[in-house]
Design a protein around this ligand. Structure first.
Ligand SMILES: *Cc1c(COP(=O)(O)O)cnc(C)c1O
Length: 392
């Protein structure tokens, strides 16, 4: 055997995540590994909680990163908050709502579905009707930013409705955090989870979560132990909790946490509002280029995510061929469509560090060149110019 070190190619990541990682974050990751109970490490953990409170716009004490990817943050919310027999409304308008339903069922809960068309936002009217006809429902769960379709739902209104009918809320903010406003305290979100590798532009593998007092109250009144040992918040808090006394629960992913700390420092330096504006500006420029090519967006303009752009593939063009050529010739990754949108759409991410003018112009130029070469029915020589004017 003579396998040598792995050296990945240098790509530009403009898919649904992971997004381009800021070099500062990779550098932070290579700093010396120390013990997970080292006082210096614990000091870093306390800073991390504060930085996450800023990112989530919350004062929730129970705010920390789960040591696993976004899917584990999702599972952490459901296994802690859902007890066997609990009725849970899950609003589904894409792939990730479907995973929420799986989580409810596997936690012993009963799913009450509110299904919306893929590409549309969650419909508050349908949610209210379902809340009215199911007075014994305990929880409402929905995805704020559906990465599978590029649709943004009105989290504030959905949470308000849930509370009006005495339900707690679980919100998926994996793709929204850092890209569009996520105001946990102002909107009254009870439990929320995100991911490190989307608009925070960190390496994958960590999931920031936050729980308010109402959520913690429900957890403290559980009659059944949380079915997952690893994700049981009562146990995790022995390590991530308040004060100097921390007990071993699992070995924290030390260097990955350095990376998230750095990502959050970068977010704090830029400022949340500036980051939201930057995502919007680059989205508008990409939109101008996409429109000039003659392609369309799946999500309606007022329900569209700036950080995840789902656009139509021109008639007769093979999705995989284009994406392979982008990867081979341009070292550029964009995402394929999922589910019913597979083969019909591309998903162009402008997340975190990847949301910049260079990437917008690069991606449009590359797509235009490949599509023109393949004889696609698009307008050529217009996209980069249209996007540039959007910046002017
Ligand atoms: C990416 C994503 C997840 C899952 O995150 P992983 O880190 O891949 O486990 C969950 N929800 C949404 C909306 C996502 O975009």
């Amino acid at each position: 055997m003579s396998i040598s070190s792995f050296h990945p190619p240098q790509r530009t990541l403009m898919g649904p995540g992971p997004s381009d990682v800021n070099p500062r974050i990779l550098e932070a990751m290579s700093r010396p590994t120390i013990g997970h109970l080292d006082p210096e490490f614990i000091r870093m953990m306390d800073e991390m909680k504060e930085l996450l409170q800023y990112a989530f716009q919350t004062k929730n004490k129970m705010t920390m990163p789960v040591s696993a990817p976004g899917s584990a943050g999702m599972e952490c919310c459901f296994v802690n908050l859902v007890e066997p027999g609990d009725k849970v409304i899950v609003c589904q308008n894409g792939v990730f709502g479907g995973r929420m339903k799986e989580n409810v069922t596997r936690s012993g809960g009963v799913v009450i579905p509110v299904d919306d068309e893929w590409g549309k936002a969650v419909d508050p009217v349908k949610l209210e009707e379902t809340l009215k006809s199911n007075p014994d429902v305990k929880l409402v769960a929905f995805v704020h930013a559906e990465t599978s379709t590029g649709a943004l739902s009105d989290a504030k209104t959905l949470v308000e409705l849930a509370h009006k009918y005495n339900c707690l809320t679980i919100v998926d903010a994996v793709t929204s955090l850092g890209g569009v406003p996520v105001l946990v305290d102002e909107w009254g979100i009870d439990a929320i989870y995100s991911g490190s590798q989307k608009c925070l532009s960190c390496t994958p593998g960590l999931s920031p979560v936050s729980f308010n007092d109402a959520a913690l109250e429900k957890i403290s009144q559980r009659k059944h132990p949380v079915q997952s040992w690893f994700l049981d918040l009562n146990l995790v808090m022995g390590y991530w909790g308040e004060g100097a006394k921390r007990a071993y629960h699992h070995t924290a992913p030390i260097n990955a946490l350095y990376a998230l700390h750095e990502a959050l420092v970068i977010l704090q330096e830029e400022g949340l509002e500036t980051a939201w504006k930057r995502h919007q500006l680059n989205h508008l420029a990409l939109r101008a280029g996409v429109a000039a090519l003659g392609l369309e967006f799946i999500a309606k303009e007022d329900e569209r995510l700036p950080q995840l752009n789902t656009v139509t593939i021109p008639q007769g063009i093979d999705d995989a061929t284009v994406r392979n050529r982008l990867l081979q010739d341009y070292n550029l990754e964009i995402g394929a469509g999922l589910g019913a949108l597979a083969g019909k759409t591309w998903r162009i991410g402008l997340m975190g560090h990847a949301s910049n003018k260079t990437n917008v112009l690069f991606c449009l130029g590359a797509l235009e060149a490949i599509l023109t070469d393949m004889g696609a029915d698009i307008k050529s020589g217009v996209a980069v110019k249209a996007a540039s004017s959007a910046y002017a």
